[in-house]
Every structure is written in structure tokens, then in C-alpha cells.
Design a protein around this ligand. Structure first.
Ligand code: C2E
Ligand code: CA
Ligand code: CA
Length: 591
């Protein structure tokens, strides 16, 4: 058997392997020492591949942090069970949603943790998280009730509690048999994505109980409209799906029209007659084989179009349609994978002290080594990361990597050992309640003096909500890190706030530095930024210095630090060391 306790009774072995949940056992270091067949099968890895692998390495970066901060500390406490919802990266690269329930194995000192993995798909995660967690707890309470609870769990995992319809997992299970019985020769696989119109309004005005009633009566109408043999599933909230083999695309759109028709009859709710409608997206698979998730996603896109075109209607998604939403989703998926596959890089740009001529620090600038598009600058992906929330794991990675690098420079000694490091924070990170803990953990992990780290926040991000920013900055400052206002001059700071913020440095935006050689207006702005900085006790830093003329003016103006292509472009760590060796400094280097 694959690493389960040797010598255990045969029926224990088969219980372990055939359990409806994945089971893993890890040692103190988090390496997998035993795994059951259910987990191996679900994740697509051979048991031999899993044994010896660190459980965390199967998770995306963000979830790894969740696991180390929430589960690992609990494992030290006898009897404690820690549960978290995470994603597991399966062998085919796809993310699978899972609920981990980790506890210390009783009476087996060589095993630190027994981890149970409840397996379900992302859509159901939202719906079932609560039910599963409490069902799990109950199951843990007594061995006798465990078997019963697991059967219930399995039912829960395949059905929607409210309407009794299959959920996504149930649908997939059912579909497997449909496809086996009736392979779509001549027929075609189609998905109808049905989303009720204005459901939220019913929920908000009449209450959740009325909302539930409405969903139930919609479910009762959908099944007969679709026909006895067709599978109707509830995906989540007010989303339903029909996924089946149809004779033709027309047959699928005819069903969409029929569904709109049956839904249009009024429903009696709390003594009121409610008229409901839906927007339906239809997608039909073409000649090429297509995976079910893609088919459903295309139906979802068509549903959005039906909404945009006025609701209470159906729309069909053509297979070859190039859709900006799809492109965006694909790009987002690639970035998510890029982050967890280790495709991000940090380049470092020197910051030169204008009094000594020495590089006193570096700014960390992220890049993405894209598998097909090459090395991408942040302008290609930072906005997308911000909008999707991916900037949290991305930012955490940049910080970890930069501090790791700074610590390694310190161990090596020589010039690089004196460098401090500046890391950019995005507006979204600034509003993240977990930010301070994230920075604190990163500093502790790298065992580095907090004073080595400078965090750069743009003026625009600070001024979006100065009150909240003041709170975050104050908490960060308490850690002992330095703080800089980036792109200064592009936002609208008030002097009042600048004085209140616990900051150390103003970085004058490079658009003003560019005009220093020629534009008198820009020279006046840069001059007064430097004066302003000094008046409130801050360092003034010029970024985007490209010429010796600009450098000379900045020195005359009393600017403290400068950064730009004139000194160096951002470089990978090994090249930065070469640069340092070639520029021993001493004030004469950059005139
Ligand atoms: P930024 O913080 O203002 O970074 C300085 C940018 O100016 C960098 O662009 C740098 O390569 C560029 N630069 C430096 N010297 C010169 C020069 O002499 N002339 C010109 N024309 N440009 C110069 P990059 O690396 O493309 O980064 C762009 C922006 O992306 C950064 O602007 C920052 O806002 C953001 N960014 C970069 N790394 C990160 C990160 O790790 N996290 C977050 N949240 N944002 C980042
Ligand atoms: Ca910056
Ligand atoms: Ca900047």
C-alpha cells in the first residue's frame, strides 16, 4: 500500500484507500508520508510522485501562506482540527478546490499531521463550505457517526440542498454516464446557462425565505420544461445549467426559448404575484472536442451578453468567436499559473546617493518571464493583477524574494551588503487588512533588519483615502521599515497630510525629471519638490534620470538620491553585482 501504516488490518487499508475523501499524512516538515487512492486519483498524480512531496508545494502561493499561518500552528495543539479552503494544483495544471482538515494523528509520533482533503469544485465551494465544515466537525466527534456523515457528505457534494437538483459535481458525474450511453455521434453537446433577472431585488425586498421559495419554484418549472431525461443543475445562487446532448444547435436554442416561456408565468410569493424572467446563454460544442468547463464558460459569456442586451432573452456563443472576456480570463489564468510556477523575476535598479556617488540601495521591480511572450514589464500585467486581487500573492512574492536577496547579499559581504531595498506596494495592497502581518512575516522569514526595507506607495494611492492610508502607514512604520511616496507630483497631496504621514522620502515623478534639461516649468516644480521635502524633514529622490545634464541640475538643487538609466537599467541580481564592481563609486563615477 502507498505508505499507509504497514501491518494495519486489511479492512483499514481498504477503508483508507476507498474513502470518499482524500487522505494524506505528512511528517513534521510537511512532506507527504502516506496518501490514499482517492486523493491520488483526484489530483492526477501517481502516489509515488506524491510521497516525499511537500503538501504546500501543491498549492498556489497565496494558499501556501494560508496553510502555514492557519494550519501549521494548530498542529502543535493536541486534538485541534484546523480547516481551510484551498486550491490544489492538479497534475494537469488545473486548480481544484478542496477543503483541508488537518489534525495531529493520535498516537503516531512519527506523523505530525493527518490531513483530510474534501474534494469539490470551485462553484460549490461558495455554497457548501459551511455545510461541509460543520459536517466534518460532526464526523470528527465520534467514529461511529463518521461513516454516516460521510455518506451525507457525498450526497451534499453532488446535490443542491435547496432545490434537490444536482450541483456541478453531480452534473458531471451524471454526464459521464450520459456520454457513455449515448456518445454524441450525430448529436452535439450543448450548455444552457440560465441566470435569473433581478433575483437580488427579490431577495433584498422580500427576504431570503422568499428568495429561496422563488428558486424552488423556478427549479420545479425548469425540470419539466427541459424534459424528463435532460439534466438540470443548480450551479450557485440564481444560476442554473442544462448540459446535455442535443440533436442540433436549434434544438438547444428552442429549449432556451421554451424555458423563457415557462418562467414568464407569475409565481405566487408571500401573497404577491411575482413575474420573473431569466437571461440564457447557449453554447454548442463544435466538431473539435472541447472540455466541459470551456463549454460552460462560453455559455456563461453568452448569458452576460443576453443580460447586456436587455435580459429575458437567450444568446448563443459561436465557437470561433474571439471574446475579450475569454482573452482576459485566459491571461488571468496564465498570470495565476505564472505566479505559482515561479515565472516571476525581480530586477534591481540602483539608487545613487548624490553626496557620495555610491549606490546606497536598489529598487525591486517585478517582471514576468512569460512562457511564450518573453520577459514582460509590469505595465503588461500589474493592472490585471490589481483588478483581480492577484497582486496580493504577487506582492507577497516580490517582498519575500527581495528580502531573501538582501539577506543573501548581506551574508556575502562586500559592496552589495550595504544596499537597502525598496519594494513597491500597490493601492490594493495598502487596503489589505493582512498587509502588516504579511510584511512582518516576510521580515522575520528573511531575518533581516526592518530598517533595510523601504516601501514605496504612490501619491495617488495615498490620497485616495488619506485617513485609511494614515492608519496603514502608522502600523507599517511601527515595524521599523522606511516609507516613500512614489510618483510624487502626479497626485494632489496636501501639505497637511504630508506632515501627518510617517514617511521618510519623496520620489519625484520621472515625468518632471525628463523636462529638467529643457523645460523651465519642470525645473521649477522639481526645485520646489526638493525644498518641500527638506522643509518637512524628508529625503528627496529623483527617478528617471537619463542624462548628465539632469544629474548636474539635481545636484545643484540639493537632491539627495537619484535613480535612472543614466546610472543603470533595472538588472537581475547577478548583473547588479557586476555593475557594483564596475562602479566602485567615490563620487567621481557619475558626473
Ligand atoms: P515605478 O515604481 O515608478 O518604477 C520606476 C519605473 O521607471 C520602472 O519601470 C523603471 O524601469 C523605470 N525607469 C527607471 N529609470 C528610468 C529612466 O531613466 N527612464 C525611464 N523612461 N524609465 C526609467 P518598470 O520596471 O516598467 O515599472 C513600472 C511600474 O510598475 C513601477 O513604476 C511600479 O509602479 C510598478 N511596479 C514594478 N514592480 C512592482 C511590484 O513589485 N509591485 C507593484 N505593486 N508595482 C510594481
Ligand atoms: Ca517605485
Ligand atoms: Ca515612480
Amino acid at each position: 500500500m502507498t505508505g499507509a501504516q504497514a501491518g494495519g488490518p486489511a479492512d483499514f487499508e481498504s477503508l483508507f484507500h476507498k474513502a470518499p475523501c482524500g487522505y494524506l499524512v505528512t511528517d513534521d516538515g510537511g512532506s507527504i508520508t502516506a496518501v490514499n487512492e482517492t486523493f491520488a486519483h483526484w489530483s492526477g498524480y501517481a502516489p509515488t510522485e506524491l510521497l516525499g512531496t511537500r503538501l504546500q508545494s501543491l498549492m498556489p502561493v497565496g494558499d501556501q501562506m494560508l496553510y502555514s499561518t492557519h494550519c501549521i500552528p494548530q498542529l502543535g495543539i493536541a486534538g485541534a482540527i484546523s480547516e481551510i479552503a484551498v486550491e490544489i494544483i492538479a497534475a494537469d495544471g488545473r486548480r481544484r478546490a478542496a477543503l483541508l482538515s488537518a489534525s495531529r494523528s493520535p498516537g503516531s509520533p512519527q506523523h505530525a499531521a493527518s490531513v483530510r482533503v474534501i474534494i469539490f469544485s470551485a462553484h460549490e465551494r461558495r455554497m457548501y463550505e459551511k455545510e461541509l465544515v460543520s459536517a466534518l466537525r460532526e464526523a470528527e466527534e465520534s467514529e461511529a457517526r463518521r461513516a454516516q456523515a460521510e455518506t451525507e457528505l457525498q450526497h451534499l457534494a453532488f446535490h443542491d440542498a435547496l432545490t434537490g437538483l444536482p450541483n456541478r459535481a453531480g452534473l458531471k458525474a451524471k454526464l459521464k454516464t450520459v456520454l457513455a450511453d449515448r456518445p454524441p455521434a450525430g448529436g452535439t453537446l450543448a450548455a444552457l446557462f440560465i441566470d435569473l433577472d433581478h433575483f437580488k431585488a427579490v431577495n433584498d425586498s422580500l427576504g431570503h425565505a422568499a428568495g429561496d421559495e422563488l428558486l424552488k419554484s423556478v427549479a420545479q418549472r425548469l425540470a419539466p420544461a427541459a424534459g424528463e431525461s435532460r439534466t438540470v443543475a443548480r450551479l450557485s445562487g440564481d444560476e442554473f445549467l442544462v448540459l446535455d446532448v442535443f440533436g442540433s444547435a436549434e434544438e438547444a436554442t428552442a429549449l432556451a426559448a421554451r424555458i423563457l416561456d415557462v418562467l414568464s408565468a407569475p409565481i405566487l410569493l408571500e401573497g404577491l404575484e411575482i413575474v420573473t424572467s431569466a437571461s440564457i446563454g447557449v453554447a454548442v460544442s463544435g466538431n473539435e472536442p472541447e472540455n466541459l468547463d470551456d463549454l460552460v464558460r462560453r455559455a456563461d459569456i453568452a448569458m452576460f451578453r443576453a443580460k447586456a442586451l436587455g435580459r429575458n432573452r437567450w444568446e448563443i456563443h459561436q465557437h470561433a468567436e474571439s471574446d475579450p472576456t475569454v482573452d482576459r480570463l485566459r491571461a488571468l489564468g496564465e498570470l495565476r499559473r505564472g505566479i505559482s510556477d515561479g515565472d516571476l523575476r525581480v530586477h534591481y535598479q540602483p539608487r545613487v546617493d548624490l553626496r557620495t556617488g555610491h549606490a546606497s540601495g536598489v529598487e525591486a521591480l517585478v517582471r514576468w518571464q512569460h512562457p511564450t511572450r518573453g520577459l514582460l514589464p509590469p505595465s503588461e500585467f500589474i493592472t490585471m493583477a490589481e483588478e483581480s486581487g492577484l497582486v496580493r500573492p504577487l506582492g507577497a512574492w516580490v517582498l519575500d524574494e527581495t528580502l531573501r536577496q538582501a539577506a543573501s547579499w548581506r551574508r556575502e559581504g562586500r559592496r552589495a551588503a550595504e544596499l537597502d531595498v525598496a519594494v513597491n506596494l500597490s493601492a490594493r495592497q495598502l487596503n489589505d487588512p493582512g498587509l502588516v502581518t504579511m510584511v512582518e512575516d516576510a521580515l522575520r522569514l528573511a531575518r533581516i533588519d526592518p530598517a533595510v526595507l523601504l516601501l514605496e506607495i504612490t501619491e495617488t494611492a495615498l490620497m485616495a483615502d488619506p485617513g485609511a492610508a494614515l492608519e496603514s502607514l502608522t502600523a507599517l512604520k511601527k515595524l521599523g521599515v522606511g516609507l516613500a511616496v512614489d510618483d510624487f507630483g502626479t497626485g494632489y497631496s496636501s501639505l497637511t497630510y504630508l506632515k501627518k504621514f510617517p514617511i521618510d522620502e519623496l520620489k519625484i515623478d520621472r515625468s518632471f525629471i525628463g523636462g529638467l534639461d529643457s523645460d523651465h516649468g519642470d525645473a521649477a516644480i522639481v526645485g520646489s519638490c526638493i525644498e518641500l521635502a527638506h522643509a518637512v524633514g524628508l529625503r528627496a529622490v529623483a527617478e528617471g534620470v537619463e542624462t548628465s545634464g539632469q544629474l548636474r541640475t539635481l545636484k545643484e538643487m540639493g537632491c539627495d538620491l537619484a535613480q535612472g538609466f543614466h546610472f543603470s537599467r533595472p538588472l537581475p541580481a547577478p548583473r547588479l553585482k557586476e555593475w557594483l564592481d564596475a562602479h566602485p563609486g567615490g563620487g567621481k563615477d557619475f558626473q
